[in-house]
Design a protein around this ligand. Structure first.
Ligand SMILES: NC(=O)c1ccc[n+]([C@@H]2O[C@H](COP(=O)([O-])OP(=O)(O)OC[C@H]3O[C@@H](n4cnc5c(N)ncnc54)[C@H](OP(=O)(O)O)[C@@H]3O)[C@@H](O)[C@H]2O)c1
Length: 343
């Protein structure tokens, strides 16, 4: 039997590394042939040691992306949810594959619940809770919303029929990544959002939030997120009729909801214990601090993004980690961030 060729981008990242680790331990792993995009020769060499072929390059190497996508049966794109030229290059390769074989290849693309965010600036948590089953509401989201540029192109390609696309759409992903790719020093261990806030709190020596810290975001753990990727990967190959795709192919990844204040409150406790903050009290970042630490990004970082992964659960996703684990995940993140600052 010929092997299933999988091209994965972002495999050295916090999410993509966990997805690749799971797939390397998949019961059918022997029949998979992995090729990962790697930006550094050093990381490529490390990936080779665990049986993953690599192509050296980045999302700027469009011809390479097209060629790699064309050679694959399945593309798992986890490097950048916003890079339209790269997404188009991958789709071009998949279209060429379809034209050659007559069979639509699979695309598992990573989006994010920032697509449904508002402009709360931390002042309230009063925003629509979007269900991933509500394809009409998702389709009506403005083209200017984050990630929509790539999502729209991906859904269009699915509609044209040359690719079957699934859009995994996480809220904040939390928890330090673990697994063989972390152990060999190839995978980012940390997420993006929480460490950013923690770094700012450590720098101002007082836990901080934006506005009134009342904005709410959906969240899911790194391992639950990787589980959903694997579930979609399995069903897309074995039982595609069980899965919505394209405009009906958004799978929200959430199993907790948190406010900006809650993150600051927990961060404050740890910073005070470490003697970095005088007290555990969290305060709102001043206008100067917002500008200094977050630049123009502060409004984006203080939105609401309220999601229900009804479609994800309907296809069998059973997330384990919830609000308790989210709050518990902040302490080790603070310790790691502080350690990295002290280095
Ligand atoms: N983490 C979250 O909470 C979250 C939530 C929703 C959506 N997302 C989205 O999911 C994607 C992955 O997130 P993540 O947390 O795993 O990020 P990450 O840890 O920063 O990983 C990004 C991965 O993509 C690679 N990469 C970045 N830019 C690239 C480029 N221009 N060309 C080729 N490879 C590139 C990185 O390679 P190197 O090892 O060379 O850096 C790394 O493998 C992002 O697009 C993010 O917006 C993340």
């Amino acid at each position: 039997m010929s092997s299933t060729k999988i091209f994965i981008t972002g495999a050295t990242g916090y999410i993509g590394g966990s997805v690749l680790s799971r797939l390397l331990a998949h019961p059918e792993a022997k029949s998979f042939e992995f090729t990962a995009l790697a930006r550094s020769a050093e990381k490529a060499a490390k990936l080779n040691t665990v049986g993953v072929k690599t192509v050296l390059g980045s999302y700027s190497d469009l011809d390479l992306l097209t060629k790699s996508a064309k050679e694959a049966d399945i593309v798992i794109a986890v490097a950048d949810s916003d890079n339209l030229p790269a997404a188009e290059a991958i789709l071009k390769g998949q279209k060429e594959k379809f034209e050659e074989t007559g069979k639509a290849p699979i695309l598992i693309h990573t989006s994010g619940t920032a697509i449904i965010s508002d402009d709360a600036r931390g002042q309230h948590g009063d925003h629509t809770i979007y269900s991933d089953l509500d394809s009409d509401a998702i389709e009506a989201l403005p083209e200017t919303a984050l990630h929509r540029n790539v999502d729209i192109a991906t859904v269009k390609a699915d509609k044209e029929g040359y690719v079957t696309a699934y859009l995994i759409t996480p809220g904040t992903v939390f928890g330090l990544a673990e697994g063989p790719l972390v152990d060999i020093g190839v995978q980012h261990k940390y997420s993006i959002q929480l460490p950013l806030f923690i770094k700012v709190s450590a720098a101002r020596k007082k836990a901080g939030y934006i506005g009134a810290g009342k904005n709410l975001w959906a969240a899911a753990s790194n391992r639950d997120t990787a589980d959903l990727f694997v579930l979609i990967f399995n069903a897309a190959r074995k039982n595609p009729s069980s899965l919505g795709h394209g405009r009906d192919g958004f799978y929200f990844v959430e199993n907790a909801e948190y406010s900006g204040f809650e993150v600051a409150e927990e961060t404050g406790k740890v910073l005070a214990e470490l003697g970095i903050a005088e007290s555990p009290e969290a305060t709102s970042n001043t206008a100067e601090e917002l500008k200094q630490f977050f630049g123009d990004w502060w409004t984006l970082l203080s939105t609401n993004s309220r999601a229900k992964g009804d479609r994800s659960r309907a296809v069998g996703w059973k997330p384990v980690d919830g609000k308790k684990e989210f709050i518990q995940s902040i302490r080790p993140e603070v310790l790691e961030v502080v350690k990295s600052i002290e280095k």
